[in-house]
Design a binder for this molecule. Structure first.
Ligand SMILES: Cc1ncc(COP(=O)(O)O)c(C=O)c1O
Length: 434
């Protein structure tokens, strides 16, 4: 059967059509509305999602399942090759209207030039790092970084001749400056740390980095929308969409957003070369999750603050590591950078509880499950060992301090969650005495 080229493609291709050509987060009418509105309206192109002659449309993008992309004529193919891979659809791995919609929505939220999806948060971090380094280079990374990022640097990047130096998450900007070498290419920050919850002075570190022409990358997974990466001096914002953006514990995805066009092009090339896109079904789910991010995060914040304050008054608890609490050592710094807090924080027990007693507390929880993730609608509670991954400055467990725990406060009723924790502390005390 012969293929008739649509007349619109016979003429010059429309560069504003759904594709990586669209400058997604900037210079749009959405840059003038507040973040909750951007969350709802970002990346919406109903006219592109309908085949209806009267342009009636669905609200969400169709899920485009694609490997092969076909070109209606040679002219369209030549156009697609002209600035590859920045001319929109090419082949399934390089994106389709479903993935473009999420990239554009996220860029609108963060005020990014554009963004790239990856198949996991880890893939997003790795693709972002690999966009800016080559053999012989050096990178600076917070000592409190997510553990798989540390192993990627220590094992994988090292094999290819890229060195890593870690710095304390509470290092001063002078201490960070002293670690910069002539071959240093970037600084990766993560704030707050996802086990120990130290807050970093991101704008000051970014200023130091830029004085030396380094890129600043942030793993901003703890609270998408709570810290604006580009307003705080970052060049690249990485988010494990697996967590709050998906929000329902049913998908794996990463998003890397870039401050400007040149940075975006480096990242897109890296993602394309690594070949790690998400599937379209997951992109659809993540976009669906994203639309309710604002209200979900506010509820996580409110419930988590209530539980954090309740924990502060428990005799079994020595300290609560929640940057939104005035008792947190970097609370003032936190308030300067963040618009709010998420549902993830830590706490440390007083000294003296046996491991058996703590195991019994955890085993008996009815509403708090044990699991390595967070950001879903459900509550999680896990014991952790902050120092197992630290090499620069050990977490001070301190005299009179016991085991550390991490809690993700979900969307259940807070009184029910508190009751579950209260009963857990009863088990902890009971077994400790026997
Ligand atoms: C702070 C942080 N960054 C990145 C990731 C990686 O995300 P993913 O599990 O989607 O690979 C995680 C996962 O736990 C994380 O906690």
């Amino acid at each position: 059967m012969s293929q008739q080229a649509p007349s619109s493609v016979d003429s010059a291709p429309d560069p504003s059509s759904h594709s990586t050509l669209r400058t997604s987060g900037k210079n749009l009418e959405l840059s003038h509305v507040n973040v909750d509105t951007r969350i709802v309206h970002g990346g919406v192109h109903k006219d592109e999602w309908t085949t209806d002659p009267l342009k009636r449309s669905v609200v969400n993008p169709p899920v485009y399942h694609a490997s092969t992309v076909t070109f209606p004529n040679v002219k369209a193919l030549r156009f697609a090759s002209s600035d590859w891979p920045f001319t929109g659809m090419w082949y399934g791995r390089h994106g389709n209207p479903t993935t473009f919609a999420l990239e554009e929505a996220f860029s609108a939220i963060e005020g990014a030039d554009n963004a790239c999806l990856t198949s996991s948060g880890v893939a997003a971090v790795n693709a972002a790092l690999l966009a800016f380094v080559q053999s012989g280079d050096h990178v600076l990374i917070t000592d409190a970084v997510y553990d798989p990022t540390r192993s990627f640097c220590d094992v994988f990047l090292k094999r290819f001749g890229v060195g890593t130096t870690y710095f304390s998450p509470v290092a001063s900007c002078d201490e960070v400056r002293e670690l910069i070498r002539p071959n240093t290419k970037l600084i990766l920050v993560e704030s707050p740390a996802s086990l120990s919850f130290e807050v970093m002075d991101v704008p000051t570190i970014a200023q130091v980095a830029h004085e030396h022409n380094l890129k600043v990358l942030i793993d901003n997974t703890w609270g998408p929308t709570l810290l604006s990466p580009f307003e705080n001096g970052c060049d690249v914002s990485i988010n494990a969409a697996t967590k709050y953006i998906g929000g329902h514990s049913d998908l794996m995805m990463g998003i890397v957003a870039a401050k400007d066009r040149e940075t975006y092009r480096a990242i897109k090339n890296s993602v394309v070369q690594l070949g790690c896109p998400p599937g379209s079904d997951d992109a659809y789910l993540a976009l669906r999750g994203l639309r309710t991010l604002g209200v979900r995060l506010r509820q996580h914040e409110q419930s988590a603050l209530r539980i954090a304050k309740w924990l502060e008054n428990r005799l079994e608890v020595k300290r609560v590591m929640h940057p939104g609490l005035p008792s947190h050592p970097q609370h003032e710094l936190f308030k300067r950078q963040f618009k709010g807090s998420s549902g993830l924080f830590g706490f440390q027990l007083i000294e003296g509880f046996s491991q058996d007693a703590l195991d019994s507390m955890l085993d008996g929880m009815k509403l708090h499950a044990m699991g390595f993730s967070w950001g879903g609608f459900e509550s999680l509670l896990m014991q952790n060992n902050i120092n197992s991954y630290r090499t620069v400055q050990k977490w001070k467990y301190g005299d009179g301090y016991g085991q550390t725990m991490r809690i993700h406060v979900g969307l259940e009723d807070v009184d029910d969650l508190i009751k579950d924790l209260d009963e857990g502390f009863d088990r902890l005390n009971r077994l400790n005495k026997t």
